[in-house]
Design a protein around this ligand. Structure first.
Ligand code: AP5
Length: 215
């Protein structure tokens, strides 16, 4: 088992770039944010535990996240390569991921840090819209749908994530700075960190990632 980590602030483009990477590789996507949002919708154990934290823009406690990730790693083939999106997010989650990979005979081999200026993060998050039906992502000005409010792919209605309100965006960026930013130095010291300019076409950023993974 192998782990590739996409590290970056809220709005850095982790989800968008993941989709471009996945379209051109056979990696297995693991987004803790997506799993938790699905859990909130369906009322799963993890969703119920996480909902309050997510609404406030706080991180979900490490023990819940690590239990969730461990359950996702169980029963997958040993030659799976995971693309972790939004995980790990704290030093204890880094340790938890190391232990989980070790347990499955693998390790984290690359950490791609999506470097994005704060003003761009705010504009991306406040303009983000998602399809209620198929989950496709848009941005009011950067990636607008052909018809306002309607998904190009399936005709579903577009909505704004509840944690993309102005107040919660600022909270999430502060939480990132306080609790997640230190992971850049942790992975840099291990020689695993690779910087990607995420202020470019997402397809180009994904190609850089795929090229670096292959070399
Ligand atoms: P999560 O879903 O992981 O949210 P996040 O980290 O805040 O990241 P986002 O999904 O908001 O941004 P993104 O980087 O994926 O950007 P995107 O590609 O969408 O987590 C949500 C919550 O769950 C957390 O707050 C926390 O409560 C909880 N949680 C999740 N994981 C956790 C963990 N490990 N530990 C504890 N709690 C956890 O892009 C944003 C917008 O920009 C889009 O509109 C897109 O179209 C646009 N865009 C993207 N790239 C580009 C580009 N290159 N050019 C132009 N526009 C672009």
């Amino acid at each position: 088992m192998r782990g590739i980590v996409l590290l970056g602030a809220p709005g850095a483009g982790k989800g968008t770039i993941s989709q471009c990477v996945l379209a051109n590789s056979n990696l297995t996507h693991l987004s803790t944010g997506d799993i938790l949002r699905h859990g909130v919708k369906t009322g799963s154990k993890f969703g119920r535990a996480a909902e309050g934290y997510m609404k406030q823009g706080q991180l979900v406690p490490d023990d819940i996240i690590l239990e969730l990730v461990e359950s996702e790693l169980d029963d997958v083939s040993r030659d799976t390569t995971f693309l972790f999106d939004g995980f790990p997010r704290t030093p204890p989650q880094v340790k938890g991921l190391d232990a989980a990979m070790d347990h499955h005979g693998g390790s984290v081999t690359h950490v791609f840090y999506l470097d994005t200026p704060r003003e761009i993060l705010i504009s991306r998050l406040s303009g983000r819209r998602l399809c209620k039906q198929c989950g496709a992502g848009y941005h009011l000005t950067n990636i607008p749908p052909k018809k306002p409010g309607i998904c190009d792919a399936c005709g579903g209605q577009l909505y704004q994530r509840p944690d993309d309100s102005e107040e919660t965006i600022i909270k999430r960026l502060d939480v990132y700075k306080a609790q997640t930013e230190s992971l850049i130095a942790i992975y840099d010291l291990r020689g695993l960190l690779l910087r990607i300019n995420s202020n470019q076409d997402p397809g180009k950023a994904a190609n850089e990632i795929l090229t670096m993974m292959a070399s």
